[in-house]
Design a protein. Structure first.
Lengths: 338, 510
């Protein structure tokens, strides 16, 4: 059922929630977290639909904070809060409150959200687009244990990765990182099966896809070898080519769904690596709410330390070139120590 | 630097997004045309692949008498997956699976068929890179176990070569008494080493059963009252609403106690009653479970402390049901129990004097499995008798299936001007919210077999101890009386109610 409230406040919304629950005759189910979605009117629908899907695995209270743009000076000076309370079948599993903020209150969204958080349960904030530069310092971000951004939606994803790295605070995470979990797990499984040391890696994918950079940085950080980033037409990531001291290990995906794993001396194998829906990404993101240290160290490796396969490494900019050289030296050092 | 197993630089214990993927391997299913295989195993394998938990090149080999080609087998799996899988059907996952699907036609006595199987496995090692790692799932009636196992040995299929493994997976029943269980174990262990034999008790793969351990040992709230000082008694129930269906041949002569109490209920008892294991690894768990199973004591008078019954004609959930003795293929003089209830005690410091009532039956009120700890009444009540007369005993109920979750029952004041206390429930609604995405028991268990993780599989010792508990009861029943009749669709024979009434207690209505 839906209850619409215009020009309202948090205490009235809380009352409407209780009223809604009574009306449908069920008490609150064991909701495990509050998910705050900060978005604009344009992204609101898709984001909420993904969150509803994900709530089947993580029953939650979803607070959608929609910041409305006021066009006239008169509108801007007037603060107003409208709310739509959804319980029961209209709200996935759990409860949904869509909050529309007008005027001054846009800058004080935390005052609306704070009284509506579930007691004790963890809080996750998700910005489907336009995430603040420093999520942990954001007024809403400060309420949360977990702050989910999506560099994929940024104007310049590669630059955005650097911004994220600079502002990283434990509890930050990014959907561009979540997207590559299947790739990471398949690559780890591939290395489980061979007894060889990796000497260099190339990650290939479409341009402006920060997942490619993140995967490359993760590999560089873990393997301590030079990693190049190559550009292809996509969709998404298309290949990871690892050179090892006993031949190449390649994971290749041309069509965005079925990949081929080829390992020297072993038959080629088909691997399902489907690009996932946002709802699956959010569900994975909500599974663990502790800091993701692996993400932190991959992110902090730095985009500028990745080699560019189109240009020889000498052409790379000063700082980047040195860093790549360091990484290479480390790798050599490690190889010779065995 | 050579990357060896376990030293994979891409793996890190802190990286908890990466799932446990099984290494290169394949699964051979004997009796692949059976119900279990179609309804549970094939869908579970697909669901595992869909969740990205199977290794690239994973192979599935079906072995049965039917005259199928690989394509027919693949079609059969395809249909089974479409109908029964938990996760949505996705073409690319299917494409990954279908490349490793083979079918071997033959009888269990047929040497050529097993040679053929060996060639198929060798071929899969080459074309799919399964590296010689294969698990053999014996989804066949136990009378064929010795033959299949011997054939596997004879044709060198059970031989593990350097670095590779061969495992055997067997389903209940693990024998029908202690002697036959020992015999069966001997047959299997002759060919497969004990740590490569996986006994499936699908109850242990259920999320709610694993949650018993989390509930008890990850919280500080429950453990202090989990003992004889606070618990009055424990009831473990597994009820089915169906009759024996088409399983007359299997069921008659086995009965409810052997079919359910020996494995599922005694495992639930062990998990509920055991002490905290030193760690969560298989050896530590089995040590605690065997300790508590070893401390189980039977009632002194088996006639007073056990009840068995047979369902009689009646109405179950709005449908007319025939009695057990009228079922097709059942001897009208059969003494097989379709209902069994036993009272067990555990002789240790934690549980002395706390009875554990176990019951199971077919054609009962509804399908439900639960563990209920019923607590003692408050030693003193400041309220007068009338205000608390509706108050029952506090209880903590672990609902294993369906509607998984945990319920706590306690007294609460009824709103109003008078002081009146009535029972209310506090619910942890696992079932309502988590089940849609939580894996099926078989998914978890098959994955564990491929990973070689034996936490959730009962060991030889546990099976033998369980038979030691059940054998005297079965012997007593053999010599004394016959099963009580109970109307289908009710909660069992009156004798069972009387058994609890003698102790001043009553069964919960689950």
């Amino acid at each position: 059922m839906k209850i619409d409230l215009t020009d309202t406040k948090s205490s009235k919304i809380n009352k409407a929630l209780v009223q809604g629950r009574r009306a449908i005759g069920t008490p609150a189910v064991g909701m495990v977290l509050t998910l705050v979605i900060v978005t604009d009117e344009e992204n609101q629908y898709d984001a909420l639909r993904a969150a509803d899907e994900a709530s089947r695995e993580h029953p939650s209270r979803k607070l959608v904070v929609v910041k409305r743009v006021s066009r006239s000076a008169r509108d801007r000076s007037k603060a107003r809060l409208d709310a739509e309370v959804r319980v029961g079948a209209d709200a996935g599993t759990g409860e949904t409150i869509v909050l529309r903020l007008y005027g001054d209150v846009v800058d004080h969204a935390q005052s609306v959200v704070l009284p509506l958080l579930l007691p004790d349960a963890p809080v996750v904030v998700w910005w489907p687009a336009n995430a603040p530069a420093n999520p942990a310092k954001d007024a809403l971000g400060r309420l949360a244990q977990r702050r989910v951004t999506d560099t994929h939606a940024a104007e310049n994803p590669t630059e955005e990765l650097t911004v994220r790295a600079d502002a990283y605070t434990p509890g930050d995470t990014d959907l561009a990182w979540t997207r590559i979990t299947p790739w990471r797990s398949m690559l780890a499984a591939a290395l489980d099966q061979v007894d060889c040391a990796v000497t260099s890696v190339e990650v290939e994918g479409e341009q402006h896809n920060p997942s490619c950079e993140l995967l490359a940085m993760w590999l560089a950080n873990r393997l301590n070898v030079p990693v190049k980033r190559a550009v292809s037409a996509g969709p998404g990531l298309t290949a990871v080519r690892m050179q090892t001291d006993c031949g190449p290990v390649n994971l290749h995906r041309a069509d965005g769904s079925l990949a081929t794993l080829s390992v020297e001396g072993q038959p080629d194998r088909a691997v399902a690596l489907k690009r996932r829906e946002t709802s699956e990404l959010i569900a994975e993101e909500l599974r663990r709410l502790d800091p993701d240290d692996i993400y932190a160290s991959a992110l902090r490796f730095g985009v500028d330390r990745l080699g560019d396969s189109a240009a020889p490494s000498a052409a790379a900019s000063g700082g980047g070139g040195t860093a790549t050289a360091t990484a290479t030296k480390n790798a050599t050092g490690k190889a010779s120590s065995s | 630097m050579t990357a060896t197993h376990g030293a994979n630089p891409l793996r890190d214990a802190a990286d908890r997004r990466l799932p446990r993927i099984a290494g290169p391997s394949g699964l051979v299913i004997f009796g692949v045309t059976g119900d279990l295989s179609r309804k549970k195993l094939m869908p579970a394998i697909y669901d595992l692949a869909n969740r990205g938990l199977l290794p690239p090149g994973f192979s599935l080999v079906g072995f049965a008498r039917r005259e199928w080609k690989d394509e027919d087998f693949a079609q059969e799996v395809h249909d089974a997956v479409k109908e029964h899988a938990r996760t949505p059907f996705r073409e690319e996952v299917w494409q990954q699976l279908i490349q490793g699907m083979r079918f071997v036609q033959g009888d269990f006595g047929d040497d050529d068929a097993f040679e053929n199987l060996r060639a198929t496995i060798a071929d899969l090692d080459k074309s799919q890179g399964t590296s010689g790692n294969f698990a053999f799932y014996l989804s066949v009636p136990p009378k064929f176990f010795p033959q299949v196992v011997q054939q596997l040995k004879k044709h060198g299929l059970a031989d593990q070569r350097d670095g590779s493994w061969r495992r055997a997976v067997i389903e209940k029943p693990f024998g029908h008494d202690l002697a036959s269980a020992k015999e069966l174990n001997k047959v299997v262990h002759e060919v497969f080493p004990s740590h490569e034999v996986f006994r499936i008790d699908h109850y242990l793969g259920k999320e709610t059963v694993q949650n018993i351990l989390a509930l008890r040992f990850a919280n500080s709230l429950f453990e202090p009252i989990w003992n004889r000082s606070y618990v009055d008694h424990v009831q473990i129930t597994m009820a089915e609403d169906i009759g024996i269906g088409g399983r007359a041949g299997y069921y008659d002569g086995i009965g409810a106690a052997r079919d359910v109490i020996q494995n599922h209920l005694l495992q639930l008892l062990a998990l509920t009653a055991m002490e905290e294991p030193a760690s969560f690894d298989a050896d530590a768990l089995v040590a605690e479970k065997t300790k508590v199973l070893g401390a189980v004591r039977l009632p002194r008078d088996l006639g007073e402390g056990t009840v068995r019954g047979q369902y009689a004609a009646g109405w179950q959930g709005g449908e007319k049901a025939v009695g057990y003795l009228q079922e097709d293929g059942i001897d009208s003089k059969s003494k097989t129990d379709t209902y069994a209830a036993v009272k067990l005690e555990i002789d240790n410091r934690r549980w002395a004097g706390v009875p554990f009532y176990l019951r199971t039956g077919k054609r009962l009120g509804r399908r439900v499995t639960e563990i209920a700890l019923v607590f003692q009444r408050a030693p003193h009540s400041p309220f007068d008798h009338t205000s608390t007369q509706e108050l029952g005993q506090n209880a903590l109920v672990i609902r294993v299936q369906p509607d998984e979750g945990v319920t706590m029952r306690f007294g609460s004041k009824v709103p109003g001007t008078s002081m009146e206390v009535r029972d209310v429930s506090m619910d942890f609604a696992y079932g309502e919210s988590f089940t849609e995405s939580s894996p099926e028991a078989y998914e978890r268990l098959i994955l564990d077999v491929l990973l070689g993780d034996s936490n959730l599989f009962p060991r030889l010792e546990e099976v033998e101890l369980s038979w030691k508990i059940l054998d005297p009861i079965e012997e007593y029943w053999e010599k004394h009386g016959k099963p009580a009749q109970y109307e289908s669709g009710t909660w069992g024979p009156v004798e069972a109610d009387e058994m609890l009434a003698r102790d001043g207690r009553s069964w919960r209505r689950p």
